[in-house]
Write a protein that binds this ligand. Structure first.
Ligand SMILES: [Fe+2]
Length: 246
C-alpha cells in the first residue's frame, strides 16, 4: 500500500450499503460484519450507511423502522470489530418526482453531521429517477444544502460521450461522488474512462466505496490508484474534506 500522506486521519466513506437484508446490500449479518472489517482494514474512520430509498425500496413508516432497527443491530455488531469506523445512519435518495420522499424537506435526508444530501445517480439501465436528478439537485441547493450525486460516471453506460450531464450537475451546485469500483474498472471500460475523465477535469469532489458486499468497502486499492494519478492531492477525495459543513 502507498504510504499515506502525513496528517491523514483516515477516510470518510460517504456511500455504502451495510445493513443486512434491507436493500441490495449484504443479506446476512455475517456479511455486514465482514464489510465492517474491510472498512476498518482500509483505514475508514467514519462510515455513512446509506440505505436505498428508491423505486425498489420506497419510503414508508415501516421502512423507516426497519432501517432503524437494522442500524441499531449494526452498531452492536460493530462493537466487536477492532478499529470499527464510526457509523452514521443515512440514505441514498433516488429522486423520483411525485413521491413523498422527493417532496419532503431535503434536510430530512442529509448525512448526519453534514450539510449534504446523497442523491442516487444514473445506473446501467434506465432508472425511474433519472429525470428527477437535476431537478432534485436544484431543490437541495434551494434548501441551503449541498447535493452529492452518486456515480455520475455511470451515465456512460447509456450515453457515452455525454459531457453535458456532469457539467449541468456542477453548474447547479452538485458535488460529484465517483465510486471506487468504477475507477478500478469493475463497471467496465466506458465507465472507468468517464470516471477518470471526471477526475482529470477536476469535477469530482468525493470518492466513496458504494460497497454492497464483502470485498468492496476497503478503500486502500482506490487510494493507491488515485495516488498514482494525482499524488498527495488524492487525499482530499477520501478524507471527508468535502463534507465539512460550509
Ligand atoms: Fe449506493
Amino acid at each position: 500500500m502507498t504510504e499515506r500522506a502525513a496528517g491523514s486521519n483516515g477516510w470518510v466513506d460517504c456511500h455504502a450499503h451495510l445493513l443486512a437484508g434491507v436493500d441490495d446490500g449484504p443479506q446476512t449479518e455475517d456479511a455486514s460484519v465482514r464489510m465492517l472489517e474491510d472498512s476498518a482494514a482500509g483505514g475508514t474512520r467514519t462510515l455513512f450507511v446509506t440505505s436505498h430509498v428508491d423505486e425498489r425500496f420506497p419510503w414508508s413508516a415501516q421502512r423507516r423502522d426497519a432501517l432503524s432497527r437494522a442500524f441499531d443491530r449494526l452498531l452492536e455488531l460493530g462493537d466487536k470489530v477492532p478499529e470499527c469506523p464510526q457509523l452514521r445512519m443515512a440514505y441514498e435518495l433516488a429522486p423520483r418526482p411525485e413521491t413523498e420522499e422527493f417532496r419532503a424537506d431535503p434536510a430530512h435526508w442529509r448525512l448526519p453531521g453534514t450539510d449534504v444530501v446523497l442523491v442516487d445517480g444514473p445506473d446501467d439501465i434506465p432508472m425511474e429517477h433519472d429525470p428527477g436528478i437535476l431537478e432534485y439537485v436544484k431543490r437541495v441547493t434551494a434548501a441551503g444544502l449541498r447535493p452529492v450525486v452518486a456515480h455520475p460516471e455511470r451515465r456512460a453506460f447509456l450515453f457515452p460521450g455525454d459531457r453535458d450531464f456532469a457539467d449541468a450537475l456542477k453548474a447547479n451546485g452538485a458535488l460529484l461522488q465517483v465510486d471506487s469500483g468504477a475507477l478500478l474498472g469493475f463497471d467496465g471500460p466506458a465507465v472507468a474512462a468517464e470516471a477518470h475523465r471526471l477526475i482529470d477535469e477536476g469535477l469530482v469532489d468525493l470518492v466513496a466505496s458504494d460497497a454492497h458486499e464483502p470485498g468492496e468497502a476497503d478503500l486502500r486499492s482506490v487510494y493507491d490508484h488515485l495516488y498514482r494519478h494525482l499524488g498527495p492531492g488524492s487525499e482530499a477525495l477520501l478524507n471527508g474534506t468535502a463534507l465539512e459543513e460550509r
